[in-house]
Every structure is written in C-alpha cells, then in structure tokens.
Design a protein around this ligand. Structure first.
Ligand SMILES: [Fe+2]
Length: 295
C-alpha cells in the first residue's frame, strides 16, 4: 500500500481551522478526522452535523487523502444485546462517512467506554488479557466490511494493571488475533515511560513494528502539583505543547524499522494554539516530513 507521508488533524473548530489553514493546505500530505466530531444526535441514530459539509469541502478543495480516527466504538466492550442497537447505528454512520470521505485506513482508541450501563467520557484502560485481546479484535473486525485497513491506537493510563511494560505484547496479540494495524502514538509511549519511570526504548522494543500503519506525534504538559495529595506531577497526554525531543528521537529510531508505515500525523488540540504558535507547528510538520521521507 502506498505511503501518504505526513498528515495533520482536522478539528471542526473555526479558529483552529483558520490558524492552521496554511498547514492544512500547503504542508500536510493527508488529513485525519474523528468522524464522531462531525455528528449530532439524531432521533434514533447519529446524523451529520453542519460541520460535515464544511470538512468535506476541505477534502474536495484540497484533493488530499483522509484517514479516520474514531473515538466512540469502545473496542473493549464485550458484545452484548443491550449494546447492539448503538453499535449498529454507529457502524451505519461510519459506512456513510466512508462513502463520503474515502478513509485510507481507520483506527480507534484502544480501551473501553461502555460496560453494563457504565459510560465513561474517554477510553479507559483494559487489562492485558487474552480475553480482552479477543474482545477488541472481534469488535474492531466489524469495521472491516466497511474499511479494509483497521487498527487501534495505544493509550495513556494514569493507573496500571500490573507492569505497564506488558502493554506492547498485548497490542501485538490484538493485531495477530484480528489481523489489525497499530496506530503507534509515540507521545503516549513517552508519557508512559516518564510517569512509570522506565526507558522509552525498552517499551518500544516490545512492539511488532511490522504492524504499525500510522504514527502520532504530539506534545503535552504536566499536571498541577495540587491535583494529587502527594504533590506528584504527572506528564499528561494533553496535545497542547511542542513535540518533545525524545519523541522526535524515537521517530527517527523506529521509522526505518516500520515497513508498513503509511503516515505520520501531527496532532494538536484545538484551543491550544495562537497565531504565534503556528510557525513552530508548521516546522513540526516539515521536520516530520523530512524524517518520514528521508529517514
Ligand atoms: Fe494520538
């Protein structure tokens, strides 16, 4: 499959799209969207919001390929009759989105958001068990009739089931069971290495890099000391700062060893940039392109 190069995230937010216009139009080689951010609640199932048309205008005008990065499928939720109606509606809308946006590949956030009536606002950690690997593989495979190449993104967790370094073999197992791809978020790996105090290289060494279809690059910040009674400061997966040097180093190190890598995406959260930040963000996209294409 053809590599696309370096992409940029589209958020449906006017100020962000205005500030990042040149990056989107002149620098990015593909664009990534989270489909659910373009939906609104319908009578029964989700329906497109007004942003749908605007984001599609960007696609048509730019002619750039799109990739999908979903948020709400909850791949770690075990199949249950009570959940089937929601999943069916969700899959129907993804199928409509695929007809419109022609996603080159589609990834979800690893984790669970929905279990026996408990609904979380963001994907929570899964135990790295065979049962969980089978559940995620089965669930994500339901996307394959819609989009051929499907994968999941490694997550950050502020608590752990056992040793965090057991996560890469868990991801490898999901990829093998479901014949799925990994979206490797290097800042998430870096955040785990900082918060759990182990070398980033050691964590990355456990990953089957032949399964990596996409890499995410982003930055983050630190928690306030007052958040925890101990005063401990944690690194956050907050997408609100520059890409740290250890993440750049990790990209350079593993890029030559990812034979199926099709894209590197620079992520930045809307609402976290001003006009003064734009040149540095543009330079991050350019730096990623040099590493992607030249090694
Ligand atoms: Fe990411």
């Amino acid at each position: 499959m053809k590599p696309l190069g370096v992409g940029f995230v589209l958020h449906p937010e006017t100020e962000y799209l205005g500030l990042c216009r040149e990056i989107i139009e002149d620098e990015a080689e593909f664009l990534e969207v989270t489909p659910e951010t373009l939906w609104q609640v319908g009578d029964v199932h989700p329906v497109p919001s007004p942003w749908y048309r605007l984001i599609d205008d960007i696609r048509e005008r730019s002619g750039k390929p799109f990739v999908g990065h979903g948020l709400l499928m909850s791949p770690g939720t075990a199949d249950a009759a009570a959940d089937e109606r929601r999943v069916a509606g969700w899959l129907q809308q993804i199928a409509r989105d695929q007809e419109r946006f022609h996603f080159e590949w589609y990834t979800e956030h690893l984790g669970w958001m929905d279990a026996n009536g408990i609904v979380a606002d963001f994907p929570l950690l899964l135990p790295p068990t065979e049962e969980a690997a089978q559940t995620v593989a089965r669930r994500l495979s339901r996307l394959k009739p819609i989009i051929a190449d499907v994968g999941f993104e490694n997550q950050v967790s502020y608590f752990a089931f056992g040793d965090v370094r057991s996560e890469p073999p868990f991801w490898n197992r999901i990829c093998t069971v479901g014949n799925l791809w990994l979206l490797l978020d290097l800042h998430n790996c870096y955040t785990q290495s900082v918060n759990y105090n182990f070398p980033l290289d050691e964590y990355l060494a456990g990953i089957d890099l032949s399964r990596v279809i996409e890499i995410h690059l982003s930055g983050g910040s630190e928690s306030e000391p007052g958040w925890l009674p101990s005063g401990r400061v944690l690194r956050l997966d907050s997408h609100d700062g520059p890409v740290p040097e250890p993440v750049w180093q990790a990209l350079s190190d593993i890029r030559p060893r990812c034979p199926n890598l099709r894209g590197v995406t620079v992520e930045r959260l809307d609402g976290t940039i001003t006009e003064a930040d734009v040149p540095a963000l543009r330079d991050e996209v350019r730096r990623a392109r040099r590493i992607f294409w030249e090694g």
